[in-house]
Structure formats: structure tokens, C-alpha cells
Design a protein around this ligand. Structure first.
Ligand code: SF4
Length: 161
């Protein structure tokens, strides 16, 4: 059975920069929660918070990916090395469990898969990938967001057909 890498905050762990989780049933929908529940029951889920895994505390200052590729928090500190370490840890987990599918939290500078904040701390989103989503994609792992869990489930079914 194929395993799936899932962002830890998406599973109810309060590891976001502001010390909260991402309440799926509330912030996405109950169908998404049902898919997650079924994956958990099947023992498919492998979880990571790349930013915590990379050595950052919770809570932590919000950070955004800059145009030059660095990740900087809103105090001006460069946290690129922690973000990169977290991404490498996520990739290592995928390789260890032969994971081909990840569901990561949209818009995060680590986990965002189609949208990220633009680096100006002005609440502006632009198309792009976070550091972890990019590294996983470059290594052949299909990355979905919490808004495309149905697609992720269909992709898994095809892999197992
Ligand atoms: S790095 Fe990913 S898993 Fe961790 S809090 Fe941010 S979005 Fe969630």
C-alpha cells in the first residue's frame, strides 16, 4: 500500500508559525477530513512539519520566500538553512518509505505547492512553490494541496491499480 506524506499542521498538530493547526473540517471541508481519516485508518500517513524538523521553534516569526531564493522572516533573519534542512528531511522520509504522493499545506513558504506569499509581507500571494514542495516535485513526488485531496486520492488509486 502506498504511503502519503502529509503536512503536520494539516493533521491537527499546532506547529504553524503562530502556534495553531490547520483545522481541516473547518478550514477546508468535511470531505477532505473524511479522506484524511480513511488514510489514517489504512496506516498510509507519514507526517512532517519541515520548518520544525529544520530546527525552527513554534511559535516563530512568519517567513516568506524572497525573489532571490532566500527565506527571510519578518524580523529580517535569514532562515533559509532551516527551511532547506526541513525540505531535505521531508525528502529523506519520502525516500525511506518510497512515498510518491504528498499533500502539503497551500501558500506556506515550505509546503505551498501552487501559491506562496510574494516576500513583501503584504499578504500578497503569487504562483510558486515553497522550498519543500519544490524539492519533492524535483525528485518525482507528486505534490497536492489540501484543496485537491480528491485528486490525490484518485492519483493514489491509479498508482495501486
Ligand atoms: S511548514 Fe508545512 S507542516 Fe509546518 S506549519 Fe508550515 S505548512 Fe504546516
Amino acid at each position: 500500500m502506498e504511503k502519503v506524506l502529509v503536512s503536520a499542521c494539516f493533521l491537527g498538530n499546532p506547529v504553524r508559525y503562530n502556534g495553531t493547526d490547520l483545522n481541516v473540517a473547518e478550514k477546508v471541508d468535511t470531505q477532505a477530513q473524511a479522506i484524511l481519516d480513511s488514510w489514517a485508518k489504512e496506516g498510509r500517513i507519514v507526517s512532517i512539519c519541515p520548518e520544525v524538523s529544520g530546527g525552527l521553534p513554534t511559535p516563530r516569526p512568519p517567513a516568506e520566500l524572497q525573489l532571490d531564493g532566500r527565506v527571510v522572516d519578518d524580523t529580517g533573519e535569514d532562515v533559509s538553512s532551516e527551511f532547506l534542512k526541513g525540505a531535505e528531511n521531508a525528502l529523506a522520509l519520502c525516500q525511506r518509505f518510497n512515498i510518491k504522493v504528498a499533500v502539503l499545506t497551500e501558500s506556506s513558504p515550505s509546503c505551498g505547492s501552487t501559491l506562496i506569499y510574494d516576500g513583501s509581507f503584504s499578504n500578497t500571494k503569487i504562483p510558486g512553490k515553497g522550498i519543500t514542495a519544490k524539492l519533492l516535485s524535483e525528485n518525482g513526488i507528486k505534490v497536492f494541496s489540501q484543496f485537491s485531496l480528491e485528486e490525490a486520492r484518485a492519483f493514489l488509486e491509479k498508482l495501486e491499480a
